[in-house]
Design a protein around this ligand. Structure first.
Ligand SMILES: [Zn+2]
Length: 482
């Protein structure tokens, strides 16, 4: 009898003893650190591949193969996207999702040096740090799988291989395919110029390309025979500028002309403009889109050209989750160990001399609280957050004060500065997920908060009915991927 009582006492102690729990959690961090060299090698390979959205064939293969090797069940080509995949380990509830990205950005090729210097033969660069995003999340998922395997935690960890975050809305299609339906909580992170957590949100966004087709002619010899597609683009842009005055506060509209003719003496028969509309609320973005479309339609009428509307879909604003954000915040505060060596400090000083708003290096020790902030970017993580409680955080993978989508971000992301941020992210991600495996009450509270924030609304994505993923959105009309 005594021995039975003793057995239960010990069992109870094992379950509730914080020291044992902490030791397991330390084991988790050790697992991430043990793989540091390998994770960094994978990150650097992805940094070198620098593949465009929906064309991340090598990057997706590298990550999915490694997860498969670690015992994950991998499903490739999910949601009708060749470079999207899920990798699942364990069984039963809870199911904790970990997102990873791996697409690069056009026009931002850069070497890992503190001066602007493109890489030979490359036009794309990892200016949003998605090479470390994918690799750190992968490492965290493997650490959690080890703990499931050894019986320390129970449930399922699922890595979501998410392509084309930059303007391709990859996750929106993955959500629509139901891949997050059985997920209890989803975690993400993002490389940044500072370390932060909190229940902030971001801007909702739609992306569209307007393609115009006219008639070419000799611009001096027979201009009357031509109808300029470039005129249509210019008129669309002008109309959009005028429309801007009459849009709700906090609207952002921006565009680039991706094709506008090749020579001034040829009336261009093809031109293309690429627009984003953003606002903190998806419902406003939805209202603005038909108005922008009218600008393009009007331009086509006026210039006697044909308009082709290439609606790329959009992303929702993030539905924050304070319950989950507190978990990531507390782990980030405990684990943040970022500091630079003399060599890294020297690199940082040279990058700082090129920044308009550098942050002091001492800020590395700080974890910024972004609660209540509305970030000025957009992410397809937003769509995930409407169907499953979601939280994220950032770690400093660039020199403090560096903005994403800059050559400075690509440069630091290819050095040990990026590696340090990546490792901190992997440990924080693993520790936060571990907490969710161990604390069913936190998961329940996160779900209740999610329901409260939805307030009876239905998730209504910014996609057309039956819309296919725009797999060729990075292809220029001339066939070049830039
Ligand atoms: Zn990004």
């Amino acid at each position: 009898m005594n021995s039975i009582i003793r057995f239960f006492c010990v069992a109870l102690l094992l379950i509730s003893c914080p020291a044992i729990a902490t030791a397991q959690k330390v084991g988790l961090g050790e697992s991430v650190e043990r793989r540091a060299d390998e994770t960094w090698k994978i990150a650097l390979q992805i940094w070198n591949f620098a593949e465009p959205g929906y064309q991340e064939i090598q990057s997706a293969k590298l990550l999915s193969d490694r997860l498969e090797q670690a015992g994950f069940v991998v499903k490739r080509g999910v949601a009708d996207i060749p470079t999207a995949f899920t990798a699942t380990f364990g069984e039963g509830k809870p199911v904790i999702g970990i997102m990873g990205e791996y697409d690069a950005l056009p026009g931002l090729s850069q070497q890992a040096v503190p001066e602007q210097l493109p890489r030979a033969g490359a036009t794309y660069g990892h200016a949003c740090g998605h090479h470390v995003f994918g690799a750190a999340s992968m490492s965290a998922a493997i650490a959690l799988a080890e703990q499931i395997k050894s019986g320390q935690i129970r449930g399922t960890v699922r890595f979501y291989g998410c392509p084309a975050e930059e303007g391709g809305s990859g996750k929106t299609f993955m959500v629509r395919a139901g891949l997050f339906n059985d997920c209890d909580a989803a975690l993400h992170w993002h490389p940044s110029g500072r370390t932060s957590a909190g229940d902030g949100s971001c801007l909702s966004r739609v992306a569209v390309k307007f393609r115009f087709r006219g008639k070419s002619a000799h611009a001096a010899g027979s201009p009357d025979q031509g109808r300029s597609a470039l005129d249509a683009v210019e008129l669309t842009c002008h109309a959009a500028e005028l429309m801007r005055e009459h849009t709700p506060d906090f609207t952002r509209i921006h565009h680039v002309i991706t094709a506008g003719g090749g020579a001034p003496n040829v009336v261009p028969d093809f031109a293309e403009v690429f627009f984003y509309i953003r606002h903190p609320k998806a419902e406003v973005v939805k209202e603005l889109y038909p108005r922008l479309l009218k600008c393009a339609q009007g331009a086509a009428i006026a210039t006697e050209t044909k308009l082709e509307e290439m609606y790329l879909g959009g992303t929702m604003e993030i539905l924050p989750n304070d319950t989950l954000s507190q978990v990531t915040m507390s782990n980030l505060r405990q684990l943040n160990d970022l500091k630079y060596t003399a060599e890294e400090t020297q690199f940082a000083a040279r990058i700082h001399s090129t920044l308009s708003k550098p942050l002091p290096l001492e800020s590395l020790a700080q974890v910024f609280d972004t609660s209540g902030d509305v970030g000025k970017g957009s992410t397809d993580v937003g769509d995930v957050s409407w169907v499953v409680p979601t939280a994220g955080f950032t770690t400093a993978c660039y020199v403090p004060g560096t903005s994403a989508h800059s050559w400075q971000a690509v440069a630091a992301g290819g050095t040990s500065i990026g590696r340090k941020g990546m490792q901190l992210a992997a440990r924080t991600m693993a520790a936060s997920a571990w907490d969710l495996f161990q604390q069913p009450q936190t998961l329940a509270a996160a779900k209740a908060e999610h329901a409260r924030r939805m307030g009876g609304r239905k998730y209504d994505p910014l996609l057309l009915p039956g819309q296919k993923p725009p797999l060729d959105y990075r292809d220029s009309p001339t066939g070049a991927n830039d």
